[in-house]
Design a protein around this ligand. Structure first.
Ligand code: ZN
Length: 177
C-alpha cells in the first residue's frame, strides 16, 4: 500500500507532468511506499523516447560541487524533454519554482543554468519519481496556503532516463525539501 500522500499523487499527479502523457508505475513488492513513479509519453504523438535538456557545466579543478569530480559534467536544471519522433519539447522541472522548496521558498541549494542549454547525449525512456515524506493533511494545508496542488509539494524528484539502443542511463535527482 502506498502512503497517503503518494497515493494522493497517483490520483492527482504533480503539475510538472502536465505537458506529458503519464502512467503511474505499480508499486513493486517491497517498494518504497512514500514514492510514486510515472512513465512519460509524448502528449502529441505518444512516443516514449525523449531527449533530456540541461545546462551542462564542466566542473573546475578543484571541484566545488559535492560528488562531482573535476572535469566531470554537471547537468544543471531546469530540464525539458523533447520527443524524438515529433520534436515537441515541454518543460519538466525547474528547481527554483517546483517541489516543496521551489513552491514555498523559491528554490533550494542547487545551481540552475540560464545560458548554454543543451541536450544530454543519448535518447531515453523516461520515468519520473516523486517522494512525499510528509503527512497528507499537513501537505494539503501548506498547498492550500500556497494555492498549488498538494502533490506539487514533493520532497524529492528523480528524472530517470533509460538509454535506448544500448546508450547510457542518466539519473537527475533533486532533494526539494
Ligand atoms: Zn511526439
Amino acid at each position: 500500500m502506498r502512503a497517503p500522500a503518494a497515493a494522493y499523487a497517483e490520483q492527482h499527479p504533480p503539475s510538472c507532468l502536465s505537458g506529458f502523457g503519464h502512467v503511474p508505475v505499480p508499486l513493486a513488492p517491497g517498494g518504497l511506499n512514500i514514492a510514486i513513479d510515472f512513465k512519460l509519453r509524448c502528449q502529441d504523438c505518444s512516443s516514449d523516447i525523449f531527449q533530456i535538456s540541461a545546462f551542462p557545466l564542466v566542473a573546475p579543478d578543484p571541484s566545488p560541487y559535492s560528488g562531482v569530480r573535476p572535469g566531470q559534467t554537471l547537468y544543471r536544471p531546469p530540464h525539458t524533454l523533447k520527443c524524438v519522433s515529433c520534436n515537441l519539447e515541454r518543460p519538466l522541472f525547474d528547481v527554483r519554482t517546483q517541489g516543496y522548496d521551489g513552491v514555498l521558498i523559491g528554490g533550494g541549494a542547487y545551481e540552475s543554468g540560464t545560458e548554454g542549454k543543451a541536450f544530454i547525449p543519448g535518447r531515453f525512456h523516461v520515468v519520473v519519481s516523486f517522494i512525499y515524506n510528509i503527512d497528507l493533511t499537513e501537505l494539503e494545508e501548506l498547498a492550500g496556503e500556497a494555492r498549488v496542488g498538494a502533490s506539487d509539494l514533493f520532497d524529492w524528484i528523480s528524472i530517470v532516463g533509460t538509454g535506448i539502443d544500448g546508450g547510457q542511463n542518466v539519473e537527475l535527482g533533486y532533494e526539494c525539501a
